[in-house]
Design a protein around this ligand. Structure first.
Ligand code: PLP
Length: 435
């Protein structure tokens, strides 16, 4: 049988039929929710920083072009279908790669492990691979427990590290209670509160886990010195410090690691673990990484090197793509571009917040990761719909619904930043008209 090179993948279903099938076979309540918003945001064609919907807001209407300011939390740091990444995927396949065999050794895993070690702060130099962010977080918590021989974990209220096993335990009750998944050893504290952290880190705690810029909690910015103090608390108590850089890492702040100078230029903290996901995939092939200091390896793997495995985690193709992504995103010129764009973007959002202070409380962020906090949830939700209708895809934060999270791809250009700001401003003006 011959492959059909012209096989169509986008637009094979009408929006109506897609919604019917999705509701019947994938997730009915999700379809009902999107219908409730009155938005038909179903990705159709996608390229660079743009995403076209399958159809317009009404069935049969032409597609709407959106600037993707969600970037799916960093998955599309390099935009959609970045030509260098797409070419790498093709080369990897043509060059003889496939998933590889997780039980065997791998050339690509060795090369990616080396590259990550070169980029990591301090002596973080070992990497265990996974498929999703949640899996890599589970790995970090699992290894912390093996190393410390303790069970406990401290995380931030409102924080989010995934919906898998240990990762789910670090999150808020809304997500774990329905699954009867809650253990007293997993504690949550208010984010940014050093005293609360000190109190919570008792002798039964294995690890402290924090997103460097908690995204789902509302793009929170900790006071300067917070992470240095968390590091000290962990050192005092022999506790592992895990930095979740799934959204804030890989150059999102204009510095490669948010925890190492990205949040505050003079605060460079070396945790015991750095976890990456989302952007590791470059939007085309899933991969996550749990990188850690070498002393953690022996207690975990010495008795059985197969004690932790992942069949599709750290696939050869995924590693080849991540290597190319790291080459691009760690380039000082690339990081300088993110910094330059962030200045324009941040200033623009702060101006919008000031102009519309009756609706917006604050704009805050780092690099190209920003939060726009409204005075209340209703305005935030209506504002989101209004801004999407202007052609900007963004969303409110899952655990802080009064705040929009805005993360354009890192490749965004100055004129595009200006256009995005103009559209956000117009979305807010339109919101005022309908209120
Ligand atoms: C900060 C952070 N950590 C971990 C995860 C989990 O990643 P995944 O959905 O790939 O399991 C997410 C996902 O949104 C995230 O935002």
């Amino acid at each position: 049988m011959k492959n059909n090179p012209n096989k169509k993948y986008i637009g094979t279903l009408s929006q109506k039929e897609l919604l019917r099938l999705y509701s019947k076979h994938v997730n009915g309540p999700k379809v009902r929710m999107f219908k409730g918003f009155g938005l038909g945001v179903i990705p159709g064609e996608r390229n660079g920083i743009h995403l076209k919907t399958l159809e317009g807001s009404k069935p049969g209407d032409p597609p709407i072009e959106l600037y993707n300011c969600r970037s799916s939390g960093g998955v599309f740091n390099l935009g959609h279908r970045n030509p260098r990444i797409v070419q790498t995927l093709k080369n990897a396949l043509d060059g003889g790669l496939d998933l590889g065999d997780h039980m065997l050794l791998s050339e690509q895993r060795a090369l990616l492990g080396k590259k990550l070690a070169e980029l990591m702060p301090g002596d973080i130099s070992k990497t265990t691979f996974g498929v999703s962010g949640g899996e890599a977080i589970d790995t970090a918590i699992k290894f912390s427990r093996a190393y410390t021989k303790r069970r406990g974990c401290v995380s931030a209220i409102g924080g989010y590290h995934g919906h898998t096993g240990f990762a789910l335990l670090t999150g808020d009750g809304d997500f774990k209670d329905p699954f009867l998944w809650n253990f007293p050893e997993f504690k949550q504290v208010p984010y940014g509160d050093v005293d609360a952290m000190r109190k919570a880190v008792t002798s039964d705690i294995a690890c402290v886990i924090l997103e460097t810029i908690p995204a789902t909690a509302g793009v929170l910015i900790a006071p300067e010195g917070y992470y240095s103090e968390v590091r000290e608390i962990c050192d005092d108590k022999g506790v592992m410090m895990i930095s979740d850089e799934v959204q804030a890492g890989l150059g999102r702040t204009g510095v490669f690691w948010a925890i190492y100078g990205g949040l505050y230029p003079n605060e460079r903290v070396v945790p015991d673990f750095i976890v990456c996901g989302k952007g590791m995939s470059s939007g085309v092939y899933p991969l996550s990484t749990c990188s850690y200091k070498p002393f953690i390896e022996t207690p975990v793997f010495k008795d059985d090197p197969f004690i932790h495995i992942s069949t599709t985690g750290g696939s050869d193709i995924g590693c080849a793509i991540a290597l190319e992504m790291l080459e691009i995103q760690s380039d000082p010129k690339f990081l300088a571009h993110v910094k330059a764009m962030s200045k324009v973007f941040g200033k623009g959002l702060e101006e919008i917040a000031e102009e519309h202070s009756d609706l917006i409380k604050e704009a805050r962020g780092r690099g190209l990761m920003w939060g726009l906090e409204f005075h209340n949830e209703e305005d935030s939700q209506l504002g989101m719909i209004s801004i999407i209708k202007e052609g900007i895809l963004l969303n409110y934060c899952g655990n802080k619904k009064d705040t929009h999270i805005i993360m354009p791809p890192l490749i965004v250009k100055k004129d595009e930043v200006e256009k995005i700001l103009e559209k956000i401003r117009q979305g807010i003006i339109n919101l005022k008209k309908i209120k």
